[in-house]
Structure formats: C-alpha cells, structure tokens
Design a protein around this ligand. Structure first.
Ligand code: NAD
Length: 488
C-alpha cells in the first residue's frame, strides 16, 4: 500500500510582493498522465481587489522611474529566468503537455527574449513634433503610462504569451495584475519567485490565479483597471468586450485563427512539406498561428498529399519528457474530445481521413495510458463550408484541398470569419506579393512560417482580434498620448 501519496504542488497568489494563500483551490492536471498534481488558487473579487490595490499603490513610484532604470530591471529578470531555463521548461512541459523540446527551444527562450526585447525597445522611442510657423506654434506629443494593466492569457504558450504582455506593460511604467490560464499557472508562479531578486518593486507585478469566469471577469470589471490586454478565444473576447464596455476600457484582443497555407505548383516542396507539417502540428496544433487549411494547386495536389501524409505518419506521439517525441499531450480531456469530434464530423460529411485519428493506432508508454494524446491527422476532400474548414480546431488536425487559380484560392482562403495568419508557397516573386496583399490576415509568411521580428505588428483581422502588439504597437497601447501646443 502507498503510505504517503505524493504531495501536491500548491500555488499561491502573488500580491504586493508577497505570496498569499487563497480560501479555495482548483485541481490542475498533468495532461500526459491524467493525474491531478497541482492546486491553483480559485481567486475571486476579494483577491483581485487586493491585487489591484497593490498595483495602484506601486504605480506612482514605478511610473516615475526612468526608462533606463526599468530597462535594467527587465534585463535582470530575463537573466534570472534564463538561468533557470531547464526548470522552467520541465515545469511548462509537465503542466501543459507540450514536449520538453518545444518548451526548451521555444517557450522559455521566448519568455526570456520578451523581457530583453522590451528592455531595449523602451530606450529607443521618440515622440512627434510639428511646427506651425505662421501661428508661432510648435506641437509635440508626450506619452505616459496609463495605470494598472489587466493581463489575461491562454494555456497554449503559457509563460511565452503572458510575458509578451507583462514586459511591455511594465517597461512603459504601468503596474500590472496578471491572470494566466487556470490550466497552466505553474511557470508564472515560478517567475513571481524571481521578481524581488530582479529588483521589481513590490506591487509592480501582481498575479491572481483562477478561472476566467471568476478571476478574469473580476479583473475585467474592476473600475481601477483602465486597460485589458487579452489573448484567448473569440468567444471570451466578446464577453470581455461586453463586460468592460460600461467602463470604456482600452482593449487589445489577440484571438483565434483558421489559417490557410496556399501552395502553388511552383513551390519548392522539399522546403514546403516539412514546414507545413510543423505549421500544422507543432505544439500539438495548439498555436493560434497553426495552419489548418492547406490549399494545394491541382498540378501537384496528389504528389503533395502523398508526401505530406507519409511524413505526418513519422511524427512520434508520446511522453512529452522524452526528447525524441514530436507531439505531446493535448491540454485536457475535454479539449481532446472536442478535437476528436471534428474528425468524426468530417468523416460523417464524406471527407477522407488519410492518417491519424480513427485510422492508425496509437501506442503509448505504460505511464501515459491516461494522458490526452492524439495522432497528427490529415483530412482531404473537405468542403469549404464544413465546420472543419470554418472553425478553429486547435489540435493536430489539418485539412488539405485542391485549387486551380490564384483568383479562386484568394477568395476561398478569405472565406472564413478569422483573419490571423496565412502562408504562401511559390517561387514566383510577383505572385507572392500579389497574393499577400489580398489575403485578409494580420500576418502573411511566404516560403516560411513563424519567423517573427518583434519590432513589427502582431495581431489579427476580422474575428481574430482588435489591435496589434509589437515594439511600437505595444508602446502605443500601454501609454496614453497627449498633444501639447506651445505658442512663442
Ligand atoms: P479562453 O478564451 O478560453 O481563455 C483565455 C483566458 O481568458 C484564460 O486565462 C481564461 O481563464 C480567461 N477567461 C475565460 N473567460 C473569461 C471571462 N469571462 N472573463 C475574463 N477572462 C476569461 O482561451 P483558451 O482556450 O485558454 O486559449 C485558446 C484560444 O486562444 C484559441 O482560440 C487560440 O487561437 C487563442 N490564442 C490566440 C493567440 C493570438 O495571439 N492571437 C495566441 C494564443 C492563443
């Protein structure tokens, strides 16, 4: 018999520079085993109130520091996270289900870089000035931090996405109350342990853990939080917009996608196929930028499909902590069922499932039998109107369809409610520019995927979001501008 069950990890809120216990907790699962391994505070109005107060109290001092002072602190925090990179990567993989390789090479390095990037970019902004000689006037703009920023992030890239908000918010002189997803809170809690050592004054970064409905909504409705930066689903964004409307809050919304890859018959398939596999299945397909509609020009359609499916079958699904594994576990049992249900619907509509779910068998290590795993799945002959071609699936499922002309594919690629990202594969330079100009997407990659320069805007059109984030865009979002006119 087991004398002692293994002690659960218990997280605490971080308010005013101190860890504080909460009156109730939520279970958090290890997606690769199905076991509860962690308890997360189930914060409500009271905890949010305390965090907002701490952030408000810290604002006068933090906002009056020079950009250089703030920059030094952000760089120190980046160094401290980097020093513990392996521990952060292990924790992210265990908490989220993603592979240790992905956490080591993408999530945590990017979290570190988010702080370094904004530590630098904050030093280089300039404001505008115009002269009006005939009136004897000069005009200039000045920018000041807004106040307490509410930051809400999803479960797919936990520390990566939350630090993409915390870094610019505090670099600009705001103080923050952050809420990660209740399913992936551990790495944010670990980061809180480093704040004091980095020199972040108490109350500048506060974290309240808990659910969206309770913790998130309390933050969104708090009258002393004038701006909300949210990354998550379009449905939640609608709710946040409604709830914040009475306060006229400033919102930045980074939402879902249904991203097309358009592959012309002059594409270099030796580059295109491996990259399109990555864009479809990386992080279990749980990236807002993942490709889920692949349009292939008729002349290369069967060759592409044959090679793509053969390669997809080589992706190894299994224990995320095994460095040879390509696909880890999905976030939850509920999400796995949702993703699977799309494959069933496609089959019921007469589409062909070429590999993966329901077609191939999945063998898992003994310790992972209850984990939320699924094989990379490729579906062909799906109608454009099908829910599989219209709705965000957010799992390792991708649809491949044929097209004939450039004009036709642009129209079909644009015929969804989303507009986040698109990729175009062609060796015809004129064509890639033409097509990129006409796609309704905030980001277009040609002959590559997920290459990001953080200086430039990131965000979606249509139901994929409102606003952009990036060096200049985040600076504008997290500051209030004023135009001042001087007559001499
Ligand atoms: P979600 O909308 O369910 O949750 C996101 C966050 O919002 C969580 O922290 C959640 O607790 C909170 N939340 C939920 N209801 C809330 C409410 N009523 N008020 C305030 N907060 C609330 O999204 P998810 O399932 O965690 O994440 C997946 C989604 O995120 C996908 O749609 C994906 O495309 C999107 N996403 C977008 C981007 C982007 O940059 N555009 C990046 C990553 C993920």
């Amino acid at each position: 018999t087991m004398a002692h069950s293994k002690a659960l990890l218990v997280l605490e809120n971080f308010i005013g520079g101190k860890f504080v216990t909460c009156s109730s907790y939520i279970d958090s699962y290890n997606p690769s085993t199905g076991d509860v391994y962690c308890r997360v505070p189930d914060s409500g109005k009271e905890e949010v109130e305390a965090a907002v107060k701490a952030a408000k109290d810290a604002f006068p001092i933090w906002s009056s520091k020079s950009p250089l002072e703030r920059s030094r602190i952000l760089n120190k925090l980046a160094d401290l996270i980097e020093h513990d990179l392996e521990a952060f990567a292990q924790a992210e993989s265990k908490d989220q289900g993603k592979t240790i390789t992905f956490a080591r090479t993408v999530d945590i390095p990017r979290a570190v870089y988010n702080f370094r990037f904004f530590a630098s970019s904050i030093l280089h902004h300039t404001t505008e000035c115009t002269e009006m000689a005939t009136m004897g006037c000069v005009h200039y703009t000045s920018r000041a931090p807004v106040g307490v920023a509410g930051l809400i992030s999803p479960w797919n890239l936990p520390l990566y996405l939350l630090t993409w908000k915390i870094a610019p918010a505090i670099a600009c002189g705001n103080t923050v109350v952050a809420k990660p997803s209740e399913m992936t809170s551990v790495t944010t809690w670990m980061m809180c342990k480093l704040l004091e050592k980095a020199g972040v004054p108490h109350g500048v970064v506060n974290v309240v853990f808990g659910t969206g409905a309770k913790t998130g909504e309390a933050l969104v409705c708090h009258p002393d939080v004038p701006l909300i930066s949210f990354t998550g689903s379009t449905l939640t964004a609608q709710r946040i917009t409604e709830k914040s409307a009475p306060h006229c809050k400033r919102l930045s919304l980074e939402l879902g996608g249904k991203n097309p890859a358009i592959i012309f018959d002059d594409a270099d398939l030796t580059q295109c196929i491996p990259m399109t596999l990555r864009s479809s299945f990386a992080n279990q397909g749980e990236i807002c930028l993942c490709t889920s509609r692949i349009f292939v020009q008729r002349g290369i359609y069967s060759e592409f499909l044959k090679r793509f499916v053969a390669e997809a079958k080589k992706w190894k699904v299994g224990n995320p902590s095994d460095p040879t594994v390509d696909v880890g576990a999905l976030i939850s049992e509920e999400h796995l069922e949702k993703v699977r249900s799309y494959v069933k619907k496609a089959q019921a509509e007469g589409a062909r499932v070429l590999c993966g779910e329901g077609v191939d068998s999945l063998t898992l290590p003994a310790g992972n039998q209850k984990g939320y795993f699924m094989l990379p799945t490729v579906i062909a002959e799906v109608k454009d109107e099908s829910c599989c071609m219209q709705e965000e699936i957010f799992g390792p499922v991708t649809c491949v369809v044929a097209f004939d002309t450039e004009e036709e594919v642009i129209k079909r690629a644009n015929s969804v409610k989303y507009g986040l990202a698109a990729t175009v594969w062609s060796s015809n330079v004129g064509r890639v520019h033409r097509v990129a100009q006409r796609l309704q997407a905030g980001l277009v990659w040609t002959n590559c995927w997920l290459v990001r320069d953080l200086n430039l805007p990131f965000g979606g059109m249509k139901a994929s979001g409102i606003g952009r984030e990036g060096a200049k865009d985040s600076y504008e979002f997290f500051t209030e501008v004023k135009t001042i006119t001087i007559k001499h």
